[in-house]
Ligand binder design. Structure first.
Ligand SMILES: [Zn+2]
Length: 124
């Protein structure tokens, strides 16, 4: 399973050992892109989709395609099962990012991990 870094959405994430805290033993991870450490948590470990898929879904939604249609396409084309609610959350979370990246490049085909990272920094 691939984790996305919660800070930069990069998927170049490695396990960096287990640490004990109040709520038990937690698996820690290190992002090779932004060098930050973070612990596995609810919601995060379910983010196993590549940024490309999320961007595609957000884009389709911005073009007025219905959530159920996007959901069907993701399932058919990428064999990923997501809820309409999840897509809805992506559109809220990533819309700005996707729009910025489109302004910077000529469109979705040129969207890259680097662009995603730049977009993330811009928002901070
Ligand atoms: Zn990162």
């Amino acid at each position: 399973m691939v984790f996305l870094c919660p800070y930069c959405q990069n998927n170049d994430v490695v396990k960096s050992g287990k640490k004990k805290n109040k709520s038990g033993i937690k698996q820690w991870h290190k992002c090779n892109n932004c060098k930050r450490h973070f612990v596995e948590r609810d919601g995060f470990e379910r983010m196993r989709l590549s940024p490309e898929i999320i961007v595609k879904a957000v884009n389709q939604h911005n073009h007025g395609i219905s959530l159920s249609k996007i959901k069907d396409e993701l399932q058919q084309r990428y064999n990923v099962k997501v809820s309409r609610w999840a897509i809805c959350k992506w559109t809220k979370k990533y819309s700005d990012l996707v729009q910025k990246s489109q302004k910077q490049s000529s469109g979705i085909n040129h969207f890259s991990q680097t662009k995603m990272d730049e977009g993330q920094r811009y928002t901070k």
